[in-house]
Ligand binder design. Sequence first.
Ligand code: NAG
Ligand code: NAG
Ligand code: NAG
Length: 920
Amino acid sequence: MYPNRVVLLLFCLVTRFQLVFGFTDYLLKTCAQSGFCHRNRAYGSSISESGSKYYSIDLQSVNFDEDDNVMRASIIKRVERPDGNHASVSLPFSLAILSNNSIRFTVDENRPTIENLPQSLSSRRYNETSKWAFDCAETHGAKRPRIKRGWLQSDVYTIASPDKTVKLELHTKSFLMKVFHRGQQALVVNERSFLNFEHYRSKEDNYRHLAPEESSFNMFGDDFQYSQADSLPFGPESVALDITFKHYSNVFGIPEHADSLRLRDTTDRDPYRLFNVDVFEYNLNSTFPTYGSIPLMIASKPESSIGVFWVNAADTWVDIKYDDHDTKTHWMSESGIIDVVLFFGDEPSEITEKYTFLTGRPFLPSLSSLGYHQCRWNYNDELDVLTVDSEMDRAHIPYDNIWLDIEYTDERKFFTWKSDSFPNPSRLLKRLAKLGRQLTVLIDPHLKEDYEVSDSIVRDNVAVKDCKGQTFVGHCWPGQSIWIDTFDPAGQSLWTQFFMRFSKGIANLNIWNDMNEPSIFSGPETTAPKDLLHYNGFEERSVHNLYGLTVHETTYKSMKAISPEENTRPFVLTRSFFSGSQRTAATWTGDNVANWDYLRISIPMCLSNNIAGMPFIGADIAGFSGNPEEELIARWYQAGLWYPFFRAHAHIDTLRREPYLFEEPLKSIVRNAIQLRYTLLPTFYSTFHRASKDGSPILKPMFYQKPQFPELYDVDDQFYVGDSGLLVKPVLERGQRSIHISLAPGIYYHYPSLESLVAQTNIEIKQLDAPLDKIPVLLEGGHIIFSKERYRRSAKLYRNDPYTLTVAPDLLENAAGKIYVDDGETFNFQSGEFLETQVVLQKGKILKNIPLNVPSSHIFIGNRYIEKIILPVGRMTVKELVKVQKGHEIYEVAATREGLNSIAILNPLVRLDEEWVIMF
Ligand SMILES: *[C@@H]1O[C@H](CO)[C@@H](O)[C@H](O)[C@H]1NC(C)=O
Ligand SMILES: *[C@@H]1O[C@H](CO)[C@@H](O)[C@H](O)[C@H]1NC(C)=O
Ligand SMILES: *[C@@H]1O[C@H](CO)[C@@H](O)[C@H](O)[C@H]1NC(C)=O
């Protein structure tokens, strides 16, 4: 959500913007307008010419810490001056080998005592981004492998990981690090000497600390129109570094940007910027920042992949240059320390695996949250909500979650209800709970001034402060507002208390944290002034991209804490995110527009998050603002049903568009799309379970699933659904009635008809029909998927239905599929109360179930029966009667021709939680 037109217009008039380009262009800095980005880009180009080296490792300082398994040393930065008045600083450097052969290095600064700093301001550089981004269990629990004392030869330290797959040469004369993976040079750190650590100096003394290659642009003041008030108490403090991927020509990741999946060369455009901001109707095909930031980049080629994780939450820009055979990157952050983790693997999936091992796996959501979410700004009152609820049922459209945007509150005061409209919230929630449904309400971190909630924040001294240490007041939805500081443990407890009072005893209430970048209408770049102060005296400047995470993580923990007896899994949606957000929240792509361009961009946006460890994401269907045409609505639901987070949402100025309001045939098209999602819930849920185990994407890009084919590296409009074998190519253009899909060699089946097609050589492009009522989906040979075919009103009601298995043999007549089932709502799965089983087709002869884990009681998993097994016709021979063997029991069941292309075995009397074999 974003300021409505009136508010914006006001701001426009006041500040005389020009609405020439995109809606928010004028509000955001370009690199040239950003002091540190401008300085670092300029430094990069002049140091390339001069070849100067200002950084080296002090050999005397090198020390291998046996307790900590870390190598420590000092990097000396020395700026020579003709007058002999050299400036020299010592920067603490550390290097560690983590589990999984990952490498972490940091560069910090020992700042001198700084005179005249405001009392409330810490003089240290912020080094706690990792504390928030890394999963606590891992950082505190796992012991690092021993770092062996490296050997030194001609000023180069050589250090290897315990199993020697990763080797590192640390050149000490000029700071340079070459990293080898399986004997091949993979990556070079500071190859281009872009390392730039803007150490502390006073304004008066600045001239003495500047290298000739440096620009002093905006070092002590910010001349950008909206941030001139920035007090910049430390002057320049940016950190920057170049990293070259050797023999890689494709890089991905660093979401969130409204751009292609494969990152583009930024030589002639602005660098990709990571800075969480509220960007209503954001620009497309742009490196501009959006709501969330995950500073993980993945370089990939057949047989190997590398991940670079830049652990810094300040305003960050990344330049990319594809150069002959290498990819050169330049990372620049406004403040904080240099903290980098490098991951190595044979495939991109190993990078996500290792990255989420460090930062935490995505949480396992409730089954209900994988259903369809119906949202609008706003459902006005209880009657409105219940009308939508019953109209969905009348139209036979399943749904699980209805949402209340900001207007449900009393004067936009969070933790209150507008009493005329929602006189009895628990009555409403109970009504919804009858069918297993949920209500999600908006709670934002900005709190209207002068009511009990904001008053207690001020009283407990846990509000975000201005640069003088006073409670910061800014403009947001309710007017003058303050912001809770959820970096502060006391702020976290208070936040939990608010939830205690607000939602005690209600199990089916979920929370949506919006505007938590934070969005501040009166702030520079629509967000917080960079000199605001947080807990422990750290500036907003250094923690900015983490703020949203602290809010939604505290919300999640609060929701979990308030109903321990129910033991249910909370659902929290956040707009702002950072590395680690996947542990506790889902997200979405923010305020998009109801047009085809935004539908198209939603696919690479979701894919980028999916490979960066935060897979639970979707885009608002069918565009938040504007009124979509009918064809767009149809295509958006058909594409959107695959989003991990499946929600329709609409701006307050738009016409109502709940699916039951549509005329035929649109209504049926949309109903079929939503029903398909529900049919496939067992598959989606299993995919989410897998993600919670190893971080794997729910939606997988082509390069990720088939890394051996370089032709697929820039395909970002088709995707796989986890490991299910479902391959989707949604229609993303008006008037299109067929699509072209790129296929790796193998056999594929149209889903659900099971008509087959074979791709022979390398990458083949096939044309598939896509009339308006058809979703182009293939099931790749080699897979078995699980579905539930009846219509039910909500996810919970599907639990009592039996399963259908669809078997898609590969060219050798083999196939396999795994399913995971639990109660779908509690944490009982953590004590083993879940079913996991694998069904395998062997050589087209036998189909066999191999339970891997069975719960203590079937009440945890609902219906366990398989009512139908579907096989394609033609490839394998299936007799009219097939034999089923269960223990000592053997019997026959009929296999009957179903459609043109499929055979069905009906009621084989087998369950998922027992062993059985079917012989063809
Ligand atoms: C990474 O290391 C951890 C602990 O050492 C291990 O549990 C995990 O499986 C490893 N992951 C990979 C991909 O090797
Ligand atoms: C941050 O720096 C302080 C002071 O040097 C140190 O005590 C602390 O351990 C560091 N924290 C992290 C997470 O590295
Ligand atoms: C974005 O790029 C795509 C592909 O290059 C193009 O089709 C589309 O029109 C562009 N959209 C905008 C709004 O520029």
